[in-house]
Write a protein that binds this ligand. Structure first.
Ligand code: ADP
Length: 542
């Protein structure tokens, strides 16, 4: 082998914030805080404070490889933790505060978090967790001395006081790029949550890929507001690609309702945003009710669960925003696909172009995908054949933290648990999660397809479709739906709405109207809960 002669320079997360400081020192980071006011500062400030925070962590005794937990919203102090913890060689463990307390305690203990940083919102949660998390050496309130909360049984440390004690002349260590940098637990619909351990190398490579023109298209001219939480797979990489490219960052803090989001989008001239479908339901409903328009927002990346075509169309036609469907998972850092059309698609008839835009997206360089049948044989990429989706690449996990779940790879590929089609241009479409597919009389029915039709009905706000046991067909689909406020639709009318849109035998057998649907901690429909709720439901057709 003739070895290349390029420098051996590791890909390190600290280099991202150092770059932002050098090249975009005056670019702003704006945060809505838990304490109330809007906070604003620059990349130069963020870098200086991250260095001071790394110094403070070292003084607290945090060693390379130690885990530091966060229970926090999207905000500037959380960003500083992203860089300080990973930059010093420790591991930032972003915890989803919406999980149940016993799941949270399990996660904190399994990760062996040395310290946990928390936003004031979560002080009551810390009070509940602390007695069950004896390994945690300190709980740090992400606030100043004036707002330090009283928590019975816990003497919280103060984020600002820790920073104030440091000189901030910390030098980022030159780490091996394979050093672990972050830890994220998947919500795990069955069994205990499992940890995915990212590295500096995987995180920086993912940030490069996420920045590409056909992915986030991140440039220094963009203002990005990640609605997706920094505890949901690293806010899909936004905190890293923003520093890499010098984008202005806007953090919504705890205020994720339609009105608060809309005001922040407008006040800060946001051009690009990202989040799960459920948050957009609230925002778009608020805008429609008040006849509001976006003046600067141009693109919205929507993923985490299937974006209904009706939502993609509404973003586009009513609000002039390009809604870009994306797919990924915790195990993939998370990005696997994102939807941008190719030049040749511009000539397609509008309905064909729209059908393409409803797919989950085009494969990003760095991620290889294949679909396989039950026997593990590869299926064609013809946009028709569907099978279990397997992936591999440098930002895809090779196994879970502490070996949980054993060897998860199949011949070097990671099985995603999704069922999908892939076409010759690399556009991937999720048919379903394998556990949500409805198996009726030996045929498969996509719950996502049936949900998309339900929410396209003008009276339906949200819908989930689940399989319910049937004596003859094994399972039959049932729609569980929430009506829009003030809107009316009957069971028969909703079922009639399916006619001509899917094959007759795929039309659901029943409709159940409910006031609210259950969601998981990451804002997805919890079909597991629904299936349990309706386990003994007797179909009229049974
Ligand atoms: P959790 O299930 O713990 O919330 P993830 O957030 O990693 O974990 O979820 C990943 C899963 O979410 C994917 O395997 C897929 O089933 C689903 N998903 C993500 N994006 C989409 C999308 N655009 N369309 C359909 N499903 C999606």
């Amino acid at each position: 082998m003739l070895r290349g002669q390029m420098m051996d320079q590791p890909l390190l997360i600290s280099s991202l914030i150092a770059h932002a400081d050098r090249c975009h020192p005056d670019t702003e980071i704006v945060s809505r805080t838990v304490e109330g006011p809007i906070h604003r500062y620059t990349y130069a400030d963020a870098h200086a404070r991250s260095r001071a925070l790394a110094q403070a962590l070292a003084r607290l005794g945090v060693k390379p490889g130690d885990r530091v937990g966060t229970l926090a919203w999207n905000g500037y102090r959380h960003l500083e933790l992203y860089y300080a913890v990973s930059g010093m060689g420790a591991v930032i463990h972003t915890i989803n505060p919406r999980l149940f307390p016993d799941q949270l305690a399990y996660i904190v203990n399994h990760a062996e978090d040395a310290y946990v940083f928390f936003d004031l919102t979560f002080a009551p949660l810390v009070e509940k967790l602390a007695p069950h998390c004896k390994g945690v050496r300190g709980w740090v309130a992400m606030t100043d001395a004036a707002h330090l909360p009283d928590i019975p049984g816990v003497k919280p440390l103060c984020h600002e006081a820790l920073l104030a004690a440091e000189r901030g002349d910390y030098e980022w260590p030159r780490l091996d790029e394979w050093t672990a940098s972050g830890l994220c637990y998947t919500s795990g619909t069955t069994g205990n949550p499992k940890g995915v351990l990212y590295s500096h190398r995987s995180t920086v490579l993912h940030a490069y890929a996420a920045s590409l023109p056909d992915v986030f298209g991140a440039s220094a001219r963009e203002t990005i507001l990640p609605v997706v939480p920094m505890f949901h797979v690293n806010a899909w990489g936004v905190p890293y690609l923003a520093t890499m490219n010098g984008c202005k960052l806007v953090f919504p803090g705890p205020a994720l309702d339609g009105k608060s989001l809309y005001e922040l989008f407008e006040a800060e001239k946001v051009t690009l945003t990202a989040g799960v479908p459920t948050v957009w339901l609230g925002l778009l409903a608020h805008m429609k009710a008040n006849a509001l328009r976006f003046s600067t927002l141009r693109r919205a990346v929507v993923g985490g669960s299937a974006a209904p075509p009706a939502m993609i169309r509404q973003f586009d036609e009513e609000f002039g925003v390009d809604c870009q469907h994306a797919w990924g998972m915790t195990e993939m850092s998370p990005l696997g696909t994102l939807l941008t059309l190719k030049g040749k698609h511009e000539r397609l008839p509008a309905d064909e172009r729209f059908a393409l835009r409803c797919k989950q997206g085009r494969t990003i360089y760095g991620v290889e995908m294949k679909i396989v049948d039950g026997g593990g044989r590869a299926l064609p990429h013809d946009g028709k054949a569907f099978g279990d989706l397997h992936v591999r690449g440098p930002w895809i996990t090779s196994g879970y933290f502490k070996g949980e779940g054993g060897n998860v790879l199949r011949d070097g590929w990671f099985p995603t648990g999704d069922v999908a089609t892939i076409d010759a241009d690399g556009f991937m479409q999720i048919t379903d999660r394998s556990k949500d597919v409805i198996k009726s009389g030996g045929e498969w029915i996509s719950s996502i397809d049936l949900e998309n039709i339900a929410v396209a009905h003008p009276a339906i706000a949200e819908a989930a479709v689940i399989g319910v046991a049937h004596p003859k067909w094994d399972e039959r689909p049932v729609v569980v739906a929430v009506k829009k406020p003030g809107a009316e639709v009957t069971r028969a009318a909703l079922l009639a709405f399916y006619e001509g849109k899917v094959a007759k035998w795929m039309i659901p057998d029943d409709v159940i109207f409910v006031a609210e649907l259950p969601h998981t901690a990451t804002g997805k429909l919890s079909k597991l809960t629904l299936r349990e709720q309706f386990r003994d439901y007797r179909l009229p057709s049974a």
